[in-house]
Design a protein around this ligand. Structure first.
Ligand SMILES: Cc1cc2nc3c(=O)[nH]c(=O)nc-3n(C[C@H](O)[C@H](O)[C@H](O)COP(=O)(O)OP(=O)(O)OC[C@H]3O[C@@H](n4cnc5c(N)ncnc54)[C@H](O)[C@@H]3O)c2cc1C
Ligand SMILES: NC(=O)c1ccc[n+]([C@@H]2O[C@H](COP(=O)([O-])OP(=O)(O)OC[C@H]3O[C@@H](n4cnc5c(N)ncnc54)[C@H](O)[C@@H]3O)[C@@H](O)[C@H]2O)c1
Length: 478
């Protein structure tokens, strides 16, 4: 017999959990389906383990850049302790805590692989081959996330490459690590493993972090080289093979062969939709799920099917997926309870910020924090932005914070409206500068008013004052 419920969520990653939580908090009966671990990629093989691997080497470097503290650092990094700390943060890959939380808020967990089976029906295949049929009275939400993409490089798939999963869960640090891909995963994992003592070589087919302001990728390439990594820009290996001794051999376009212990593939993501029954509701398996701003799937009759998080390809970030989930979960509950849906831009039930203000931090050396449009993206969208750029060495707080390289900051301003539409900060610990920029963009705070938001002295946040000075003060004689 089929189990009836109000809402079925497929995928208990951070995003699925949040859709379920919002709908349950509104009083809906909710079932969530998970085939691996409650908590998803982010908790076990992505955000959490990658940031714990990065943190210890970064803390060590930070201390080494402050005279007095530097002299007190006399030992080497304890790699084993870093790995054990990572294990603790991923709960040794146990989702007992996540499952207990679901139970505590009254969300029923069904373990197994979920597939759509027509409108509002999901069939779950359990590990023992048995199945459970679920029927939703109101809605189904897909939050199945994404997998690492495998580029078509001769021999690569057969050479047992690392993906982000192996890189974040490794039990030992390889002596020589090749990284293919110059995006966020490639850069962060290269930084982590260089910090943990590996000889790292990065192959990027273009520059590093190519969707960001160019000075960000340049600074990160310099930073990686400073850590001892070799960075090849504009180079993709032609061929990869693992030999009988277990070594990985990369053949470069000129024929040169380079040998490594492991090769990490970090060339983007692919949606987990190939075995999800999408064809039973008129959608294409293997494709990202196209949704409107209220996270309702386009191309499906009615408003019963939502999709959230990575699987929509709107913004492949945990915090932004959770933002979508809050809107989608509340919208599903509003529809189910016959309450109004607020789907005007910036309404309670839409993810408007996905188009205007997606904050992201790359935990590289140096850190890169960005939100909104880059200068070139603003121009491509038809705007003629005014940009201002300053060095972080113009700020006293930066010098006190660290003797290391200072970094840079840039604002992209829609001069017609007098509001910030993009911001990028590069430097040590700039991650914490980002929320101010996100608030300025989302709140459309006029530049004239930003002059009244005074950063404390001597903080790194005083870079905001330097940026405003570079932009110009309203009412100033000159
Ligand atoms: C190395 C790395 C580092 C990252 N670091 C950060 C970071 O620092 N900050 C950040 O914001 N983002 C980071 N990200 C991105 C972040 O991990 C994702 O955006 C986030 O995990 C997406 O959440 P999700 O819930 O949409 O998908 P997922 O976390 O992938 O969860 C989807 C869940 O659905 C389950 N599932 C899939 N198909 C089915 C099915 N058919 N039936 C049942 N269950 C199913 C999966 O098992 C999984 O548990 C990182 C990504 C990587 C790869
Ligand atoms: N700190 C964070 O917030 C964080 C950390 C890691 C990942 N993430 C998220 O995960 C997503 C995936 O990260 P990613 O680094 O895998 O993807 P990405 O899109 O950031 O970078 C992919 C890189 O691979 C290259 N590439 C693509 N196809 C290739 C091919 N065929 N041959 C050679 N190179 C190729 C691209 O040029 C690019 O440099 C990111 O978009 C990001 O949103 C976030």
């Amino acid at each position: 017999m089929a189990r009836e419920t109000d809402l079925i969520v497929i995928g208990a990653g951070p995003v699925g959990e949040n859709v379920a939580d919002r709908a349950r908090a509104a009083g809906l009966d909710v079932v969530i389906v998970e085939r691996e671990l409650v908590g998803g990629e982010c908790s076990y093989w992505a955000c959490v383990p990658s940031k714990t691997l990065l943190r210890s080497p970064a803390a060590l470097r930070a201390a080494q850049r402050v005279p007095g503290a530097a002299e007190a650092v006399t030992g080497a990094l304890d790699v084993e302790a870093v790995l054990r700390r990572r294990d603790a943060f991923v709960s040794n890959w146990s989702d007992e805590g996540g499952a207990a939380w679901l139970a505590s808020v009254g969300i029923e967990l069904v373990r197994g692989h979920g597939r759509l089976d027509g409108e509002r029906r999901v069939v779950v295949e359990h590990a023992d081959g048995t199945t459970t049929t679920l029927v939703a009275r109101h809605a189904v939400a897909i939050a199945t996330g994404s997998d690492a993409a495998m580029p078509r490089i001769d021999g690569l798939a057969e050479s047992r490459p690392w993906t982000s999963r192996e890189a974040t869960s490794a039990e030992a640090v390889p002596a020589r690590l090749a990284v293919i891909g110059g995006g966020v995963v490639g850069v962060e994992m290269a930084t982590a493993y260089a910090g943990l003592g590996a000889e790292v070589t990065v192959f990027a087919r273009g520059g590093l972090l190519s969707g960001m302001e160019p000075f960000a990728g340049d600074a990160v390439a310099d930073g990686l080289r400073e850590l001892g990594a070799v960075v090849h820009l504009g180079v993709t290996p032609d061929r990869v093979a693992r030999d009988d001794a277990g070594e990985v051999v990369l053949t470069l376009p000129g024929g040169e062969e380079l040998r490594f212990d492991e090769v990490l593939v970090a060339t983007g993501r692919t949606p987990r939709t190939d075995d999800l029954g999408l064809e039973t509701v008129g959608l294409e398996p293997g494709e990202w799920i196209d949704v409107d701003d209220a996270l309702v799937a386009r191309g499906v009759d009615g408003d019963w099917l939502s999709a959230v998080g990575d699987v929509t390809h709107r913004a492949l970030l945990t915090h932004q997926g959770k933002y979508q989930a809050r809107a989608a979960g509340d919208a599903i509950a509003a529809r189910a309870l016959g309450r109004p849906v607020d789907d005007a831009p910036w309404g309670a039930h839409v993810a408007t910020a996905d188009h205007r203000a997606v904050p992201s931090v790359v935990f590289a050396e140096p850190e890169v924090a960005s939100v909104g449009l880059t200068e070139s993206a603003a121009r491509e969208s038809g705007l003629e932005p005014r940009v201002v750029e300053v060095g972080l060495d113009s700020v006293s707080g930066t010098g006190i914070h660290s003797d290391g390289p200072a970094g840079r900051a840039k604002l992209v301003v829609d001069a017609d409206r007098g509001v910030v539409i993009g911001a990028t900060f590069v430097g040590q610990d700039v991650a914490e500068l980002l929320q101010a920029a996100t608030i300025a963009i989302v709140g459309e705070v006029p530049i004239d008013r930003l002059w009244h938001a005074v950063p404390a002295f001597p903080t790194v946040s005083e870079v905001w004052l330097r940026l405003l000075e570079a932009y110009g003060r309203p009412g100033a004689a000159a």
